[in-house]
Design a protein around this ligand. Structure first.
Ligand code: GUN
Ligand code: FE
Length: 424
C-alpha cells in the first residue's frame, strides 16, 4: 500500500481535555499523511504495511506552538529582571532590528529552525519582523524543515525604533501585500498570517488596512491582547474612543472573520471582552513561561477551559525561555496552582492531562484536525525515548508520562513525523 505505514509502541493522546488515552503496544497507522486509527492488532486491510517497531518508547501526537517570535530566539533567557514594556524597548526591539541585515538573519534563523526541528513541536505560528527579505528567508528554511507553520511579517508603524518600524501605514500595507503574494506563490507548508504586533505599535490606518487585507486574502491573524496592566492602560490612552483593548481589534475587523485569530496571553480580559473573544472564535495562546519571566501575571486558564474557550499553548520565545512545549505545558500546570492558592481556592488548577491536551489538540484545532491520533487527523507524531528519565525504575505508563511531562526535553525526542513525513 502506498504511503502507508504503522508505528508500534506505547501510544498516548488526548480524547478530551480530561481524557487521555493510553494504548500500550498498539499500532498507529498512517495512510496518505492522515491517521487511519490506533489498533491493538493490525486490521486485515493493513496487514502488508511497513511496521516500525519502537519497542517501549512513547508515541505522542505532534505538539503545537501557537505563539513564538523567531527573531527573539537568540535573546532567550536575557533580561528577565525587566517587565514587558521595558524589556521590549531595552532589549527585544534592538535585537529584532538586526534582521534588516541579511547575513545576520540567515545565520540566526538557521539556528532557530534547526532548534525548533529538534523539539516536540510539529506545527507553529511564528512572528518574524517587518523585514520582508528576512521573513521570506525564515519561511524558506521552515518550508525545508518539513514543519507546518504560519509565519507573520510583523507590522508596526509607531512606538518602535526607526530601524524596526515601518515608515508609514501606506508603505507597510503595500509591503505586506507584496509579501503575501510572494509567500503564497512559493510555499506549501509555510503560510502567511497577518501580524499587527499589538495595538500600541500600530496606527488606526495600519489596522484598518490589515482588516481589508484579511478580507481580500482570507488570511488568519495573530497578535497580542491584554498581556499586562501597563500595556492595557497604554492602549486606553492611544485609542481613547475604544471601550477596551479587544474593541481596538474588533473595530478594524481583526478579531473575528471567516478566518481565525490567535491572541497571545489574554491575562486580563474583562468579562465582557472574554465573551466577545469567545463569540469571535478566537484562539487564545496561553504563554505561562513568558507571563512569569516578564512579570505579566497568571491567565485564568482553569476558567477558560470550563468556559469552553478555544485555547492552546505558546512558548512566546523569547518572553518564554525555551522552545520546548513539554516545559511550557508543565509551567501551565505550575502557574495555575499558584493562582489557585493566591485566589484562596476560588479557581481550580489545571491538570497534567489538560495541559497535554492544550499542547496538542487544543492548539492543533487552529490547523484543522491535528494534535490527536483520531481517524482522519493529520498524522503528526513524536517518538520519545525516555530511558534517561527512569534509570532502572519500574514505572507505569502514566508515571513515565509524568516524568516526561516535567523533566523531558529535546534529548528525549527520537523521531518526528509531520503529516506522515518523517522530518527528524
Ligand atoms: N507585545 C508586543 N510585542 C511583544 C513581544 O515581542 N513579546 C511579548 N511577550 N509581548 C509583546
Ligand atoms: Fe509574543
Amino acid at each position: 500500500m502506498e504511503n502507508c505505514f504503522a508505528l508500534k509502541g506505547n501510544i498516548i493522546w488526548s480524547r478530551t481535555p480530561q481524557a487521555l488515552v493510553f494504548a500500550p503496544q498498539h499500532y498507529a497507522v498512517c495512510e496518505n499523511g492522515a491517521c487511519a486509527g490506533v489498533f491493538a492488532q493490525l486490521p486485515e486491510r493493513f496487514a502488508s504495511v511497513r511496521v516500525e517497531d519502537l519497542g517501549q518508547r512513547l508515541i505522542l501526537p505532534g505538539f503545537v506552538d501557537l505563539h513564538l517570535h523567531a527573531p527573539q530566539y537568540r535573546n532567550a533567557a536575557l533580561g528577565y529582571d525587566m517587565e514587558l514594556l521595558e524589556w521590549l524597548d531595552a532589549l527585544t526591539f534592538h535585537e529584532e532590528a538586526r534582521y534588516g541585515e541579511e547575513a545576520y538573519a540567515r545565520s540566526a534563523y538557521h539556528a532557530f529552525t534547526q532548534a525548533l526541528l529538534c523539539t516536540p513541536t510539529t506545527r507553529a505560528c511564528v512572528f518574524a519582523t517587518a523585514h520582508t527579505r528576512a521573513t521570506l528567508l525564515l519561511m524558506e528554511m521552515l518550508e525545508q524543515s518539513g514543519l507546518e507553520t504560519y509565519v507573520g511579517r510583523v507590522n508596526m508603524d509607531r512606538n518602535a525604533p526607526p530601524e524596526l518600524a515601518e515608515k508609514d501605514a501606506a508603505w507597510a500595507l503595500e509591503q505586506t501585500e507584496d509579501w503575501i503574494e510572494r509567500s503564497l506563490a512559493r510555499f506549501h507548508r509555510t503560510k502567511p498570517i497577518l501580524t499587527p504586533r499589538f495595538a500600541p505599535s500600530c496606527t488606526p490606518e495600519l489596522l484598518a488596512g490589515l482588516g481589508a487585507l484579511r478580507k481580500r486574502y482570507q488570511l488568519p491573524v495573530q497578535s497580542h491582547l491584554c498581556e499586562t496592566i501597563p500595556e492595557i492602560e497604554w492602549v486606553r490612552s492611544l485609542f481613547p474612543d475604544c471601550a477596551d483593548y479587544a474593541s481596538v481589534y474588533e473595530r478594524f475587523g481583526l478579531l473575528s472573520g471567516d478566518t481565525p485569530t490567535i491572541m497571545a496571553h489574554c491575562v486580563y480580559l474583562s468579562d465582557c471582552e472574554r465573551q466577545r473573544v469567545k463569540n469571535a472564535g478566537v484562539f487564545i495562546a496561553h504563554c505561562p513561561s513568558s507571563n512569569t519571566n516578564v512579570s505579566s501575571g497568571v491567565a485564568p486558564v482553569r476558567s477558560f477551559l470550563d468556559d469552553g474557550m478555544r485555547l492552546g499553548l505558546g512558548t512566546d520565545v523569547a518572553g518564554g525561555e525555551a522552545l520546548n512545549l513539554l516545559r511550557e505545558a508543565s509551567h501551565a500546570v505550575s502557574v495555575s496552582k499558584l493562582r489557585r492558592v493566591l485566589l484562596g481556592g476560588k479557581e481550580g488548577a489545571v491538570s497534567m492531562d489538560e495541559a497535554l491536551y492544550l499542547a496538542t489538540r487544543g492548539g492543533g484545532a487552529f490547523f484543522g484536525s491535528a494534535g490527536a491520533f483520531e481517524p482522519g487527523f493529520v498524522f503528526d507524531a513524536v517518538v520519545f525515548d525516555d530511558e534517561r528519565l527512569r534509570p532502572a525504575q519500574e514505572l507505569t505508563l502514566r508515571q513515565r508520562l509524568e516524568k516526561l511531562f516535567y523533566l523531558g526535553d529535546e534529548r528525549e525526542v527520537q523521531a518526528k513525523y509531520v503529516g506522515g513525513r518523517r522530518v527528524l
